[in-house]
Structure formats: C-alpha cells, structure tokens
Design a protein around this ligand. Structure first.
Ligand SMILES: *Cc1c(COP(=O)(O)O)cnc(C)c1O
Length: 357
C-alpha cells in the first residue's frame, strides 16, 4: 500500500517544521532552541491519575491572569502556543477561502499550520519597520482572518513599534483577528500589549511557559483575549488539553516565589546577552549583530555553514537561519549561562585567529 497516497497532501512538496530538538547532533552547549539554560526543580503530586484533569484548571487560570494583569475570563490554557496557533487556524479559517497574514522572516509555525489546514497565506517580507506598507493589509483584507505578529520577533529579535500594531488593529477592527505572539515578552515585559485587549476586541496575545519560565518540557501556553473569543476557543479545544502532572507543575511555578525567581533569571540572561552582543561585534567575520529584545541574538557572518559545523564539532549547537528568505548566512544564538557564552566566544575567537576568511 502506498501510504503517501493515503495522506491528503502531496508529501514531497510539504516542508515540515524542523524543531531544534529533532536534529540529532551531539552537543554540550545547547544554544539552538531559545530554551532557558537553567533547570527547574519540581515534585509531582499525582494524586488522581485515574481521573481526567479539569479542562481549564481554575487555580492556574487565576494565577496566570493575575500574573499577566488581565481578568480571569480573558485567559485560556493550551498545550503551548503551538496548540493555540492550530486552534485559531482550525476555528476561524475556511480552506481555500480565508487567508492568514504574517511578516517574514518569522516563526515558521504560522505558515506550516496554515498549510496543514489548506489556508492561503499572505507572506509580507519586512526588511525593517520604516515606511510600513498598510495598503498591503487593506488590499488583502477580504477573507483575511488572522494576522500574526511575532513580538519580539523570532529569529530577528526586533520588536514591531506599538504605533504600527495599533494602526493594524484599527485597519482590521471589524474583519480580522490580530494575534500577537509574545513568547519572549518576559525579556522586555514593558513592551507587552496585553492591556490593549479591552480597547481592541480583535487583539489576541499568545504566551508560553517554554521560554523565560524555563518549562519548555511541559508544553504549556496561554491565549489572552476578550472573553467572547475565549468562549469560542473553549468550545473547540480538545476536552482535556493539560495532563494532571503538568497542572501540578504549572500551579507550583506560577507562585509569587517562583515568578520572582523567573524575573531574576531573565535579568541574568539579559546581562549575558549584552555581554555577548559586545563580544560578537568585535569578531571580524561577523558582519552584523542584530539588536535583540529576546533571549537570542541573530548574527550575519561570512559563511554560516562553516561556523555552525565548526562549533558543532566543539559541542556548541547553534541554529542555522541561512535557508530563511532574507537571512542568508545568518545564525541564531540562544543566550545561555555566562559560562556557555564564554565558551562560545572562546571558540569564535579561535576561528578568528586562524584568519580563514
Ligand atoms: C518557541 C516559540 C513558540 C512555541 O511556544 P510553545 O508554547 O512552546 O508551543 C511560539 N512562538 C514563538 C515565536 C516561539 O519562538
């Protein structure tokens, strides 16, 4: 039997998401998935594993709504942001009729999820935020259901100015949802737009525990929006999205004590980022170091392929962006511990001394 034919897609044409973890390489310094470099300690309670969990555990929603300064009924918990993206695509977009828009280079799951559900995409390439072209939104506004804005943007690390975002919200006030992906917002929390959900009912903010909270392994995220949207999401989400052990862990890590611990580690990472930024700028084969509002730095060098391979042989794993349109020879570096940052600079300098380029 030809299973490739059984699948509803042309598998040969489909480019799936390549997660950092799926690439089997040996390393000791992992700077490729924007994870937290510090581990969290936890203990499981696991009292009632024979029972289904609560679909939307009240204690967690309450804690997260307090943490993000919104109301209880503005929050939905999901299996990471990736499940939220899937939910919005499934619920709001009709195949071959509706469209989604995103601004590249950006997080690849907006495109991939749309393709899986056969939703047309409008991909706007943004070199920077100067002279933002609003007409392109107006021109596509018919059947445009979702506009994704990754803020701070992965992999460039920049942040769309709030004025532009507000203009976009106004342009599609009656037609489309504007989904702001704040996966990295803790690294620049004063930039969050979550307080705008009351004023703009078409605004959705996506959040996760995978990055600043250091809990990528438990797969937990949140959608924040006006209560009507949250009610709709609740109708369509899988019956029991969050396993009981995950609920136990999340409940613990949304305590005041742990939130202040998380904030401290964010300060530490930002300190390492500033240190790394200065050091990277001094290396001659690095042509550009992008300013970043998140826990990673994008660099453009002479040969990304050579650098990636060379560092991999030293156990340092980085994320190649060379195939991303507009990011030729770019590499994304997640910010690790100070020691990991030092190791990285040590190895880069060694390449530098050899004067290969
Ligand atoms: C890492 C990342 C996500 C994934 O979040 P999960 O909650 O782990 O699914 C979503 N958006 C962006 C921009 C990311 O970089």
């Amino acid at each position: 039997m030809n299973f490739k034919k059984l699948v509803k897609f042309n598998i040969n044409n489909f480019i799936p998401y390549k997660s950092a973890r799926s690439m089997c390489v040996n390393g000791s310094v992992w700077l490729n998935a924007n994870e937290s470099p510090v581990n969290n300690e936890f203990f499981l309670l696991n009292k009632n594993l024979n029972r289904y969990p609560y679909p939307q555990p009240k204690n967690i929603i309450l804690r997260y709504s307090k943490y993000s300064k919104v109301n209880f009924n503005n929050v939905l918990i999901s299996r990471g942001i990736d499940e939220s993206i899937e939910l919005f695509t499934k619920i709001f977009c009709r195949p071959k009729i509706d469209k989604i828009m995103y601004f590249s280079p950006t997080y690849d799951m907006y495109r991939i999820t749309a393709e899986i559900f056969r939703i047309d995409t409008v991909n706007i390439f943004l070199k920077n935020y100067n002279n933002f072209n609003y007409d392109i939104i107006r021109k596509n506004i018919k059947f445009l259901k979702l506009i994704y804005i990754c803020r701070p943007n992965n992999p460039t690390g920049d942040i769309m100015p709030k004025e532009i975002l507000i203009n976009i919200l106004n342009i599609c006030k009656k037609t489309s949802l504007v989904i702001v992906d704040e996966a990295y917002i803790e690294f620049c929390c004063y930039k969050s737009v979550v307080h705008l959900i009351d004023k703009y009912s078409n605004l959705v903010v996506l959040r996760t525990l995978s990055k600043a909270f250091g809990l990528a392994g438990i797969r937990c995220g949140f959608s924040i929006a006006n209560s009507e949207i949250i009610n709709i999401l609740n109708k369509f989400i899988a019956p029991y999205p969050i396993p009981t052990p995950v609920c136990n862990i999340v409940n613990k890590f949304l305590s005041n004590k742990f939130i202040s611990f998380m904030k401290k580690s964010v300060l530490e990472i930002n300190k390492n980022k500033n240190w790394l930024f200065k050091k990277l700028k001094k290396i001659y084969f690095i042509k550009k170091v992008f300013k970043s509002y998140a826990n990673y730095i994008l660099i453009k060098c002479i040969s990304s392929d050579f650098i990636i391979k060379k560092l991999e042989s030293k156990g340092i794993i980085l994320r190649d962006q060379n195939k991303n349109f507009g990011l030729k020879n770019c590499i994304r570096i997640s910010i690790g511990t100070k020691l990991e940052c030092k190791k990285l600079i040590y190895e880069l300098k060694k390449i530098s001394y050899k004067n290969i380029f």
